[in-house]
Ligand binder design. Structure first.
Ligand SMILES: Nc1ncnc2c1ncn2[C@@H]1O[C@H](COP(=O)(O)OP(=O)(O)OP(=O)(O)O)[C@@H](O)[C@H]1O
Length: 242
């Protein structure tokens, strides 16, 4: 395969739990072709966010290697990208400088996109959650990446704002590769043509998205019939989407 966007080579990751060591990612290897938008579908606790952290370089695997052939985003709307003690504007300028982007351009884009108005110049700690979400999403979508990674969250805000997020994301997706990691089969349908299922620490084979959704629905039903005792209960606050 020519010029892959991202390669995962024998990625494994374990965490210590009350019941001992849990292997969350188990020797995952996969090559993401450039320009092919892929969805990874997995149930709660299947290791999606762990895999995303490895892909985005936010955490190292215990073993294995991630090779990126371009700029890979942090997860869309990632709240950790924003410092609460800085103003919205200063956060944006900081992120733009780190990623080597045109600071003025990114600053203006996020100002207009986020609809924060005068709050743009107030410390983020004073923001309501929805305002933080609009700022974080604005930063992630203002920066130009070769690959955009979404962990569940493809859009934020009220329905009108979500539509705007999706339209801008669609613009970016024209020149970039998209990876959407989700427990919901609805999120990837607009952007991804193929998908695979993450289950028991392994990635299934890459297939057309409708087939991946069918395979995921099948495994999700099986998992519901015999839930993993270590997975958080999706109905409990700790298991709710982050
Ligand atoms: N830092 C950590 N320390 C200990 N255990 C962890 C850590 N991060 C993740 N885990 C465990 O690894 C497993 C997978 O977690 P992860 O958040 O990657 O799953 P997920 O598929 O993203 O779940 P969800 O859909 O509920 O967000 C879970 O059992 C979780 O409790």
């Amino acid at each position: 395969m020519e010029d892959p966007m991202l390669e995962l080579r024998h990625i494994s990751k374990s965490f210590r739990s009350k019941k001992g060591i849990k292997r969350v990612l188990d020797d995952i290897s996969f090559t993401f072709p450039r320009g092919e938008n892929v969805a990874i579908l997995g149930g709660n606790g299947s290791g999606k966010s762990t895999l995303v952290r490895m892909i985005c370089g936010m955490e190292l695997p215990d073993s294995g290697r991630v090779r990126r052939a371009g700029k890979v985003s942090f997860p869309l709307g990632f709240a950790g990208a924003v410092s609460p003690n800085m103003t919205g504007r200063d956060n944006v300028r900081f992120a733009a400088r780190i990623y080597g982007a045109d600071v003025g351009q990114v600053e203006r884009f996020v100002y207009e996109f986020s609809e924060l108005g005068r709050a743009y110049d107030l410390p983020v700690v004073t923001y309501a959650n929805s305002m933080r979400a609009r700022l974080s999403y604005g930063i992630s979508i203002a920066l130009k990446f070769d690959m955009y990674v979404a962990d569940e969250m493809v859009a934020v805000g009220d329905p009108a704002f979500k539509r705007k997020c999706l339209d801008v994301f669609a613009e970016r997706a024209k020149d970039a590769t998209v990876l959407i990691v989700s427990s919901l089969t609805t999120s990837p349908t607009r952007f991804c043509s193929s998908g695979m299922v993450l289950r028991d620490g392994r990635l299934g084979e890459l297939m057309p998205l409708p087939d991946a959704i069918a395979a995921y629905d099948g495994t999700a039903r099986k998992a519901a019939a015999s839930p993993d005792p270590e997975s958080p209960d999706p109905a409990s606050p700790a298991g709710a989407a982050h």
